[in-house]
Design a protein around this ligand. Structure first.
Ligand code: PMP
Length: 436
């Protein structure tokens, strides 16, 4: 039996006839019986078309840091919408949002807004190539940086067996339609292996424009960088004149007000932000130190977008940052995230199921394996079937993480102690059922 109730199933049939597979983004299709249709969200909860309530840990794949439909963000957006949204000219809202952004992330000298993380990483990569006059980009196995051609290699969709030898990893093209020529400009490296990175730069450092890194693997289980690892990447980029890009699309305004660079005390040259920057409204940014980002002003490097800096996104960003800057929301996320991670660890130990909770209180993953994962290749040790069964059991009990352990659980400031208690109960019951 699938997850859809009768009304949800009926709406999904309509969705399928109008939208390809009934979705607007491929990751949302869970099969014909399990793809959900959502009526609304409120705080930490979402409701399907049958009125069933779920405690939401997908949070739109991360953006909903304050909870769904946050009234202050909604009011700011409504006010902006009524005053016109898109002018082909800079607005006061956009300036205020950029100033608030810079106050929140103090290493940033300047930024430009875009609408999506995909756009942001595409522009950051072009800027780095322009700055260095080099073409090769280094990314990590299991990292996702959006849907454009430059980065669709060896993401967390890649079959591990096809990644090649660890010492000479093969950049695995993740989609038909990505030109073969781009593959020659990509190098992939396993995360948390500084020696592998040093080897690559010894051979090719003079050709490497940039390294793009999710400071923690937000698209693989929430794997954290080991002590000294990000510092090592910083040093290697400095030694070789390559640009260090932090992709903070998931970590930004989530791991802390200042994102991962603040949490890990490592400063990149450029960084991309989206998701929690706008609490679910489409707004993103490329931010950087002047030495790099001012190449746009120097000229000769293209960045543009009709909707970049539009009033809706700018209003959402300003309101979200102002609320986050009070410190209260992230303190609440830390409380609930820590309680949930500890609770799950406790249940795994009690039930004697080999497993690990990895990551950060704001986003974490669960790996059903003897050893905690350190990099994407460790996914082979994870019991996917058990995980999928536990998550399906949880969804039937009204708790909604993603059914795939590679995508982390996300916490919001709206998750209450009661939500956490209900979630732990559902996890324990679903795990016991799955064991049987
Ligand atoms: N970078 C990272 C780290 C992401 O997780 C994502 C989306 N999950 C993107 C970039 C792309 O962002 P968007 O979906 O807004 O294009």
């Amino acid at each position: 039996m699938g997850l859809q109730g009768p009304n949800t199933a009926e709406w999904f049939q309509r969705a399928k006839s109008a939208l390809v597979d009934g979705v607007s983004s491929g990751f949302r299709y869970w099969g014909d019986d399990d793809t959900m249709v959502i009526a609304r969200g409120e705080g930490a909860h979402v409701y399907d078309m049958d009125g069933n309530r779920y405690i939401d840990y997908q949070l739109g794949f991360g953006p909903i840091i304050l909870g769904h439909g946050h009234p202050d963000v909604a009011a700011a957006v409504a006010e902006a919408a009524a005053e016109g949204t898109t002018f082909a000219m800079t607005t006061a809202r956009e300036i205020e949002a950029a100033e608030a952004f810079r106050d929140a992330v103090p290493w940033v000298d300047a930024l430009r807004f875009t609408n999506t993380g995909t756009e942001a990483t595409m522009h950051a990569i072009r800027l780095a190539r322009a700055h260095t006059g080099r073409e090769i980009i280094v990314k990590f196995e299991g990292a996702y940086h959006g849907a454009h051609d430059y980065v669709l290699f060896s993401t967390s969709d890649a079959p591990i067996a096809s990644l090649g030898n660890r010492r000479s990893p093969v950049p695995l093209q993740e989609s038909s339609g990505v030109p073969e020529a781009i593959r020659s400009l990509i190098r992939v490296v396993p995360f948390n292996d500084l020696e592998a990175m040093e080897r690559l730069f010894r051979d090719e450092g003079h050709r490497i424009a940039a390294m793009i890194v999710e400071p923690m693997l937000g698209n693989f289980c929430g794997v954290m960088p080991e002590d000294g690892y990000l510092e090592g990447l910083r040093r290697i980029c400095d030694e070789h004149g390559s640009v260090l890009i932090f992709d903070e699309v998931k970590t930004g305004f989530r791991m802390g007000l200042g994102g991962a660079s603040e949490a890990f005390s490592v400063v990149p040259d450029l960084a991309t932000f989206a998701k929690s920057l706008g609490n679910g409204f489409p707004v993103a940014a490329i931010a950087g130190r002047d030495e790099f980002i001012q190449d746009w002003a120097v000229g000769g490097v293209m960045q543009a977008g009709t909707y970049s800096g539009n009033a809706i996104g700018a209003a959402a960003a300003k309101a979200t940052i102002d609320i986050l800057a009070t410190g209260k929301p992230l303190a609440s996320v830390e409380r609930s995230g820590t309680a949930l991670m500890n609770g799950i660890e406790g249940i795994l130990a009690e039930e004697g199921v080999p497993g690990h909770v990895v990551g950060h209180w704001s986003m974490f993953g669960i790996s059903f394996s003897e050893e905690a994962p350190r990099e994407y290749r460790d996914y082979v040790n994870h019991d996917e079937d058990l995980y999928a069964e536990v998550i399906m059991g949880m969804i039937r009990r009204g708790v909604m993480p993603v059914d795939d352990a590679r995508e982390p659980w996300f916490l919001s400031a709206a998750h209450s102690a009661e939500d956490i208690a209900l979630t732990l109960e559902a996890f324990g019951d679903a795990l016991q059922d799955a064991k049987r």
